[in-house]
Design a protein around this ligand. Structure first.
Ligand code: C2E
Ligand code: MG
Ligand code: MG
Length: 471
């Protein structure tokens, strides 16, 4: 018979065994349950809940903009953020509830002590508020926000796989709706997800086949309506799905990594077109392309723009880039700012698009290397209805002018709007009332017709928008 193990050693062995068991089910970075362990425990918990006829809720949590954050700041910073989130989540999800990391920036919690959907949503909102913080990593301060999808067992799914799938669909909705929120699963989400997958597949094909067209929407000076530029807008007509708006497919392209190829096509197409116009002796005003925020934050962005304009022998002043205000300012990305500076140094001008939609303060404008502000259509429309908005828009325009920026009013749909925006001091305008986006041939025709016309009478009255009162 072997000697009995001393009590202390037995206790140590037991502890070591327990540690080993814990390690085997833990994900090393966050020390939460890893995917397989989490799923197994959820299955057991679901069987238990089913036997007792008790509902429970699965919450899938994702960090807003984590992919980009990882790209921009690097994986080490990303890891620190995930660790911080895991630590904060632990305070909210206590036994018998389960908490795990299912991979990437996806965390999951099974709430077994929840009574119904309202209670689950309430608990999830508290979790999200607990995750949200300004995380310090080295000398960086990074805003961490999260969204969540909430699904109920057994109402939304009978096993872990269907619950996770439904939770992912709800999470995707929460993110689509702007992030920092939770969404409850509903059956229509399943259908929306199918459509989105189909759209992505078709878009991938279109990108491979370069199956897009480029339309040009004129921008004219106020009040004399001289053509001062154009915005290039991509168009996609899918054989099965029909015309799809860029507002719908650009976010898909951004999320699926297709945006690089698509934007590259747009830039090359604009450059090719300008080269052709130049070869036949035409000197058209600059063309603006929309640069996705995803791209502006990528390190190779400026190089690829400059190499392309060089390849087509286009001068930098012939091009302008538009960056959406929400994208640019919500993301205090140093790389995006640096890229804009580099574009400016190279002679490519930039415009802040859709100004007024985001929450940027006027003071932030001072530091941006932009030369033009495009006032969003919603502002254009609203300032005719609301005296307060009118005052704001006027202040924005004055301030932009003081900063040396030119101001373009977007989305002009009526003569009144054009007159008001002129009255408020906008330098130029763009909108359906002036011209809709059109194919390159029509744009050229318009330009040639304008050139042939003797000095045009001013369509916008000198007297300003007299007679129209704003409430
Ligand atoms: P955006 O850059 O603000 O472009 C202006 C959008 O407003 C265009 O919609 C244009 O057709 C529309 N628009 C112009 N005038 C009027 C008007 O008077 N009334 C109304 N209701 N709308 C007007 P579109 O072409 O559907 O593009 C939507 C958005 O998709 C663009 O907004 C831009 O953010 C994005 N986008 C379009 N083309 C590209 C592209 O080549 N690359 C990237 N990254 N984004 C693009
Ligand atoms: Mg634009
Ligand atoms: Mg715009």
């Amino acid at each position: 018979m072997s000697d009995p193990v001393p009590e202390e050693t037995a206790a140590e062995l037991h502890r070591a065994q327990q540690d080993l068991q814990r390690l085997a089910i833990m994900e090393p970075l966050t020390r939460l349950l890893h995917r397989q362990a989490f799923d197994e425990r959820v299955q057991q918990a679901l069987a238990d809940a089913s036997a007792r006829s008790r509902p429970c809720a699965l919450v899938i949590i994702g960090l807003d903009g984590f992919r980009l954050l990882n790209e921009v700041y690097g994986q080490r910073v990303g890891d620190r953020i995930l660790q911080g989130v895991a630590a904060r989540l632990r305070n909210f999800v206590r036994e018998p509830n389960l908490l795990g990391r299912r991979g990437g920036d996806e965390f999951a919690a099974l709430l077994t002590d929840t009574s119904d959907a309202d209670a689950a949503m309430h608990a999830t909102r508290e979790m999200l508020a607990g995750i949200q913080c300004l995380e310090r990593v080295g000398n960086l301060e990074i805003q961490v926000d999260a969204s969540a999808g909430v699904v109920l067992f057994p109402a939304d799914g009978g096993d872990i796989d269907s619950l996770v799938e439904a939770g992912d669909a709800a999470l995707a909705r929460a993110k689509r709706e702007g992030g920092q929120r939770c969404a409850r699963f509903s059956p229509d989400l399943g259908r929306a997800k199918d459509l989105r997958i189909r759209l992505e597949q078709r878009l991938r094909r279109a990108c491979e086949a370069r199956d897009f067209r480029l339309f040009y929407q004129p921008q004219v000076s106020l009040p004399d309506r001289r053509l001062v530029g154009a915005e290039a807008l991509v168009r996609w007509n899918d054989a099965e799905l029909g015309d799809i708006s860029p507002a719908e497919f650009i976010p898909i392209a951004e999320a699926s990594g297709l945006i690089d190829g698509l934007s590259d096509w747009v830039l090359r197409e604009v450059c090719r077109q300008r080269q052709m116009w130049r070869q036949v002796g035409l000197d058209l005003p600059p063309v603006a392309i929309n640069l996705s925020g995803v791209q502006l934050r990528s390190p190779g962005c400026v190089r690829s723009v400059l190499e392309t304009i060089d390849e087509f022998q286009i001068s930098p002043e012939e091009l302008e880039v538009e960056i959406t205000e929400t994208w640019f300012l919500d993301s205090s990305s140093p790389l995006a700012q640096e890229n804009l500076h580099r574009l400016k140094m190279a002679g490519v001008r930039s415009a802040l698009d859709d100004f007024g939609v985001g929450s940027s303060s006027l003071a932030q404008l001072r530091d941006l290397p932009i030369h033009r502000l495009k006032i969003d259509r919603s502002f254009t429309v609203e300032c005719m209805r609301n005296a307060r908005t009118l005052t704001i828009v006027k202040a924005v325009i004055d301030m932009a002018h003081n900063l040396g920026l030119t101001v373009t009013a977007e989305g002009i749909e009526t003569a009144d709007q054009e007159a008001w925006m002129h009255h408020l001091g906008c330098d130029s305008a763009q909108g359906f009332y002036i011209a809709r986006p059109m194919p390159a041939e029509d744009f050229l025709r318009r330009h040639l017709a304008e050139r042939a016309r003797p000095a045009a009478p001013r369509p916008v009255g000198d007297a300003g928008p007299g007679g129209h009162s704003v409430q």
